[in-house]
Design a binder for this molecule. Structure first.
Ligand code: NAP
Length: 652
């Protein structure tokens, strides 16, 4: 970390420090000064409760003042050229600072992941020797964009096929009122592309703008074919290449295909009788009509998942009447800063104080990534298995129940309808963004019935409740188990991907690669969705690093095809399923979109993110059957940093 090109403004810094996250500042002070007193009492912050930022760290006013005053001196000294005492801590040293900064012991394995994310021990960028490898990436959302950025860095030619007319994927498509991310934005960003977020949880427009800016910054658009929907991908084992067909009849060939289509891509519209009869607007949340104004209208929302959670508070005050059809209640966690903006002072620190941004993000990562994972493991000796899976999970239950009762205190009718009987985290956890407040409104009704029928003029619940409405919103989720659906993918044997897997039963080694489909790589594949917390972007970075590592190895060694060994995949899936058997999402008390109708968890990662990070650090060629490249030359030299502009595919 070098000194800034503009000197620090002492007065602004002093004012900004009133907005500091003090636990992050402690770590900064130690790095700048190397004085161990900053890692000891009275400067050790308390741990965060839940996802709380714990800005004041549990410090007394005197200690806060001392920390801020010391930070002014240390940061201005650094700006004046003082060397950083501990510029790039790793291993135990980093683990110690991290443990102090989060106020609790961090297991040692987290330090390696943090060191990489913070740039103290960056993952080596492998660059392929000059090559003719050609890759097709399907989708220009969060993962497809990442794949394109990392392929370019590795010097591997590629083209991205995107069905929409812009980048952004889910953030382009989901434009419903209130849409936004419920992972803190400083973590829901690429590790290499921080952003000055205006709020702690970015709303859709800001997340989408971020992705568009990243695309522009990396010159991605020239490698993306927009308005190009992939309909099929077929592998030719003789040619060792994939032929990808698009909706407009174009064919392209490539040596490898990377899917970036995600699991929350294709709307799931339940077969409710009468859907086609309704006379007014009726649509899935992902297809919210841009010109629809619900002001003064009677609106029905079907479903109470994360999408409904955002829509209901966003429209409740504008509509005449809002009827929410709830088939199952949801566990909802409080969050104090859901709508809070990032103050100018806090932004100044993020932008100007060395290491501060890194520590701020790392603390969020600790608080949201794996902290809750142990609470989701089934304890066979636990005496209340019907309501929770262990004592810790039961403690979560008490916290969320108390919160619900406080929010719905004056409305015992609503409290009774809203309290789930299954364990918390059994379905994807939701953050309260005004849901309970919206339910309390006079113009909002909560109907605890599945929708049985849509009529010409309204909605009828399974319990017989009928309501006349002008607009029906289907907040009914996505086809999460049909990976790559509806693309028809045929592998080496000619069989379709969904035939090989069986219906809604996707499986893949590391969620990335599957037998019979050589040179096909998935991001957001089976068993990789984060049900326990964290940012999907962290997982995507793991997957893309692994995939690009493998592709570079293919180039270096003149390999034409890699196909996951069946026994490797089978063993991975066995361990995956076994881990899930001990976890919350196989609990019989609820349904969730992580598992399929047969009860097998298809979508969610059973391990901690740090475990997955370790598993995907590099690709082990021994896990694959390999074939020498028959059509591509073996590279002549190593170490070239290739350009990224060439669109590589033949045909079209
Ligand atoms: P979802 O979580 O799958 O929820 C679907 C809802 O529809 C459930 O409440 C379900 O009830 C209900 N439903 C389905 N069929 C029904 C019927 N016939 N009658 C009544 N209700 C019915 O879908 P989602 O809310 O779109 O969220 C999907 C995922 O997208 C989330 O879990 C999250 O990962 C992501 N997401 C994230 C954000 C964010 O970051 N803030 C926002 C939106 C979405 P049951 O519970 O009984 O099945």
């Amino acid at each position: 970390m070098t000194a800034p090109d503009r000197p620090i403004d002492r007065e602004r810094l002093t004012a900004a420090l009133e907005h500091a996250n003090l636990p992050s500042l402690v770590a900064v002070l130690y790095q700048l000064t190397g004085e161990r007193r900053w890692l000891a009492d009275p400067f050790r912050p308390t741990r965060s409760r839940g996802m709380d930022d714990n800005d004041l760290g549990g410090f007394s006013p005197e200690v806060r003042a001392e920390l801020r005053a010391a930070a002014v001196e240390a940061v201005t000294a650094w700006a004046d050229g003082a060397p950083v005492a501990v510029p790039a801590p790793t291993g135990e040293a980093l683990g110690e600072i991290l443990s102090v900064a989060v106020g609790e012991p961090v297991p040692p394995e987290h330090a390696a992941m943090a060191a990489q994310d913070m740039g103290f021990a960056p993952a080596p960028t492998r660059v392929a020797p000059p090559n003719t490898l050609r890759v097709i990436v399907i989708g220009a959302g969060v993962s497809g964009m990442l794949a394109a950025i990392k392929l370019a860095e590795a010097g591997i030619a590629h083209v991205v096929l995107e069905k929409n007319d812009d980048v952004g994927g889910t953030w382009l498509e989901n434009s419903y009122p209130g849409a936004g991310v419920d992972t803190p934005s400083h973590l829901y960003s690429y590790s290499f592309a921080p952003r000055a977020w205006s709020t702690h949880f970015g709303k859709r427009d800001e997340v989408w703008a971020y992705l568009r800016d990243v695309a522009d910054h990396h010159g991605l658009r020239e490698r993306i074919r927009f308005g190009t929907e992939v309909v099929s991908a077929t592998y030719d084992p003789g040619a060792q290449e994939w032929t990808v067909r698009t909706a407009d009849g174009t064919s392209l060939t490539a040596d490898a295909v990377i899917s970036g289509t995600g699991q929350l891509n294709r709307p799931k519209v339940p077969p409710i009788p009468g859907l086609e009869r309704f006379r007014g607007p009726l649509f899935h949340t992902a297809c919210w009509p841009a010109d629809l104004d619900v002001t003064g209208k009677r609106v029905a929302v079907v479903g109470t998942g994360a999408s409904a959670m955002q829509i209901v508070p966003a429209v409740a005050a504008d509509v005449e009447r809002l009827t929410v059809f709830q088939r199952s209640p949801q566990w909802i966690a409080p969050n104090d800063v859901y709508f809070a903006g990032i103050t100018e002072g806090a932004q100044y620190l993020l932008d100007h104080v060395p290491f501060y941004r890194l520590w701020y993000r790392s603390r969020i990562a600790w608080n949201t990534n794996d902290k809750v994972h142990p609470a989701l493991q089934r304890d066979d000796a636990w005496e209340h298995p019907e309501r929770s899976v262990n004592a810790l999970n039961d403690a979560h239950r008490r916290v969320f129940t108390r919160y619900l009762e406080a929010e719905l205190g004056g409305r015992p009718d609503l409290a009774a309808k809203s309290l789930p009987d299954y364990p918390p985290f059994g379905k994807r956890m939701l953050l309260d963004n005004g849901w309970f407040a919206a339910l309390r409104r006079e113009n909002v009704d909560l109907v605890t019935e599945a929708v049985a029928e849509i009529t010409e003029t309204g909605v009828r619940g399974a319990g017989g409740t009928e309501c006349a409405v002008d607009v029906v919103v289907l907040a009914t989720g996505f086809e999460t188990h049909k990976i790559l659906y509806p693309v028809e993918v045929r592998g080496r044997s000619g069989r379709r991907l969904d035939e090989v897997w069986g219906p809604e039963d996707a499986r893949a080694h590391l969620g990335i690669t599957t037998t019979d489909f050589p040179n096909l790589f998935l991001t957001c594949g089976p068993g990789t969705v984060l049900g326990h917390g964290g940012s999907y972007i962290t997982t995507a970075e793991c997957q893309v690093r692994y995939i690009v590592d493998l592709l570079v190895t293919m180039v270096e060694r003149g390999i034409g095809a890699v196909e996951c060994r069946p026994e490797v995949e089978a063993e991975y899936v066995r361990r995956h399923d076994e881990a899930h058997e001990r976890m919350i999402w196989t609990h019989p008390g609820m349904d969730n979109w992580y598992r399929n109708a047969a009860g097998r968890v298809v979508s969610a990662l059973p391990w901690r993110i740090v475990d997955y990070w370790r598993m995907t650090r590099e690709a082990d060629l021994a896990d694959f059957r390999t074939e020498p490249a028959r059509h591509r030359g073996v590279p002549a030299g190593h170490g070239r940093r290739a350009g990224s502009g060439r669109i590589p595919t033949r045909g079209g």
